[in-house]
Design a protein around this ligand. Structure first.
Ligand code: ADP
Ligand code: F6P
Length: 318
């Protein structure tokens, strides 16, 4: 019997609950004890910890967000704070810690591992910015939310012959933008990977307008430029009526898709299988249809994948 803690950390993502359910039920079926830690690393420090049974995760699978709640807790970057967390885990006899979160949360897990805690990371973020895994939990649901929003924006943009710049989340990763632009047949795509040349972009808009293209959807990753300002500048300089839509946190919510539920359930099982073998310091992920695991330090060092093929696909088919 092993004592296992589980927490969710960083930006919430649909599918986190599925992975927690899977970890809890799988662990209990192997005879382990599971402790739910609320509010991420902060809750660990605050000892916001509850022993779970299999019913603690009932009716959570279909819910968005994270019922364990999450937190951004920058103090965890300090070693003294992490040492306090280790003391809390010792007090509860928790030897294994499952962390569901993004690259920041994984960094915390890596550093806790260095202090002797056996950590397992489950990738949970809508950004899909952990390159060791094909997909992170929540990406598919967020992508479908973005697609639904863009489809609606297309209706009104076409009716009014407007340009609509849609700002999509992803932090510094263009995956949500690239996949949604391809899936909606957007006319322009601007991401950290494509780069942004404002003059070239505005000239392209003018050219397509002159060719008789009545409206255009521009998908742009957040943190590149102020889209409201850009829309105003385009309208002032070109006379093309332009609006900006910031999709914002709506992208993080909603019931997880089948793909995210399946991924969460599968990754949770692998996390417990590693713990059954007394293994820590690893994270789980998906490669094609195969569940994989990898050393967490190595996983964090995997360079971001080339987006060339997909960007090319967008350019050819737009
Ligand atoms: P995500 O996990 O979604 O990338 P954040 O980057 O906000 O989200 O990270 C979540 C939490 O992980 C942070 O609030 C902090 O508690 C912890 N964390 C992030 N970076 C580090 C780090 N370098 N060292 C230790 N802990 C970290
Ligand atoms: O990492 C998930 C994410 O939604 C990013 O796409 C976005 O940049 C960030 O979190 C927003 O953070 P917050 O919820 O703290 O505003």
């Amino acid at each position: 019997m092993k004592k296992i803690g589980i927490l969710t950390s960083g930006g919430d993502s649909p599918g986190m609950n599925a992975s927690v359910r899977s970890v809890v039920r799988t662990a209990i079926s192997y005879g382990h004890e599971v402790y739910g830690i609320y509010y991420g690393y902060k809750g660990l420090l605050d000892e916001n910890i509850q022993k779970f049974d299999r019913y603690s995760v009932s009716e959570k699978l279909d819910k968005g967000g994270t019922f364990l709640r999450s937190a951004r807790f920058p103090e965890f970057k300090e070693e003294s704070v992490r040492r306090q967390a280790v003391e809390v885990l010792k007090k509860y006899g928790i030897e294994y810690l499952v962390i569901v979160g993004g690259d920041g949360s994984f960094m915390g897990a890596k550093k806790l591992t260095e202090l002797g805690v056996k950590c397992i990371g489950i990738p949970g973020t809508i950004d899909n910015d952990l390159s060791y895994t094909d997909f992170t939990l929540g990406f598919d649901t967020a992508l479908n939310t973005v697609i639904e929003a863009i489809d609606k924006l297309r209706d009104t943009s076409a009716s009014h012959q407007r340009c609509n710049i849609v700002e999509v989340m992803g932090r510094n990763c263009g995956d949500l933008s690239i996949h949604s632009a391809i899936s909606t047949g957007a006319k322009h795509l601007i991401t950290p990977e494509t780069g942004f040349d404002k003059e070239k972009f505005i000239n392209e808009l003018i050219e397509s307008n002159e060719r008789g293209i009545e409206y255009s959807i521009v998908v742009m990753t957040e943190n590149i430029t102020d889209v409201i300002q850009l829309a105003k500048e385009i309208e002032d300089r070109t006379g093309i009526e332009t609006r900006a839509t910031i999709l914002g946190h709506v992208q993080r919510g909603g019931s997880p898709t089948a793909a995210d539920r399946m991924l969460g359930m599968r990754l949770g099982v692998r996390a417990i299988e590693l713990i059954n073998d007394n293994i820590g310091g690893r994270c789980v992920g998906i490669d094609g249809d195969e569940v994989i695991d990898m050393d967490i330090t190595k996983a964090l060092a995997v360079p971001s994948r080339s987006k060339k093929e997909l960007i090319n696909l967008f350019e050819i088919t737009k």
